[in-house]
Design a protein around this ligand. Structure first.
Ligand code: ZN
Length: 240
């Protein structure tokens, strides 16, 4: 099994301020994994401390594995930040949000942003798998997915320009072929996720991924040079 670096456990370093109530609250059910298409969810406030709160269930993704967080509102209040704390997410709202434990709230995410993050995350995964399958010595040193582009950094002296022509063709063929993407938890875990498509090993990934490759649409690859001994691939959607 390869890892795309999306194991969220690695990204839990940055915690919201210490708070026993928040930490002992019921573990959130992260609905964005079962249904990464859900734009709105009515849920319940599980814990509150000052501007921070957690929810019993949530469709609002926090930064993990290089994928940027969602944008949106909770109970009509703009979400200022979202951080993983163990298996659940803590949200920061404006100070005078007035919400209390047990309140029902609607969580609304920017679904156009999520749509692009979903497609660009999967596109980035496919490009990474194709590149490292064809060139096993490539060592990934970073990855990031925004709503504008995906990027992968490698530690290598080899200029990637030539390789990207072929990789781009194969990636676009895979996307056009409309392959089903299996997405699930690893056996025995309710936090560690993977994706798998025919012909590839399981890849650990905590992102919000699409059901089929065709959703991504045509992509473009571009090589960049972020520094000595490093090569970067930038992935964008052809639609702009
Ligand atoms: Zn991933």
């Amino acid at each position: 099994m390869r890892s795309c670096g999306c194991s969220i456990a690695r990204l839990w370093n940055d915690r919201a301020p210490g708070n026993h109530e928040l930490r002992s609250a019921t573990v959130s059910t992260n609905v964005f994994w079962d249904d990464p298409y859900l734009p709105r969810l009515v849920t319940t406030v599980a814990a509150v401390e000052g501007e921070f709160l957690s929810l019993t269930e949530t469709n609002f993704f926090a930064f993990a594995g290089g994928q940027e967080r969602d944008h949106g509102t909770i109970g009509g209040h703009h979400v200022l930040d979202a951080r993983w704390d163990g298996p659940k997410i803590i949200y920061r709202l404006p100070k005078k949000h007035g919400l209390e434990v047990g309140n029902q709230v609607e969580v609304v995410i920017d679904h156009q942003r999520r749509d692009r993050l979903r497609r660009l995350h999967m596109a980035t995964e496919i490009v990474l798998e194709l590149l490292t399958k064809a060139h096993p010595h490539l060592v990934k040193v970073g990855a990031h997915m925004s709503q504008e582009r995906g990027r992968i950094d490698f530690a290598t002296e080899h200029t990637l320009t030539d390789w990207l022509v072929d990789i781009g063709k194969i990636a676009n063929q895979m996307i056009a072929t409309d392959i089903a993407i299996e997405r699930d938890f690893f056996a025995g875990s309710n936090t560690r996720r993977y994706w798998k498509i025919s012909g590839f090993a399981k890849v650990a990934c905590g992102g919000t991924l699409p059901e089929r490759t065709s959703e991504i649409g045509p992509i473009n690859l571009r090589r960049a040079n972020p520094g000595r001994g490093k090569e970067r691939v930038e992935i964008t959607l052809s639609e702009g």
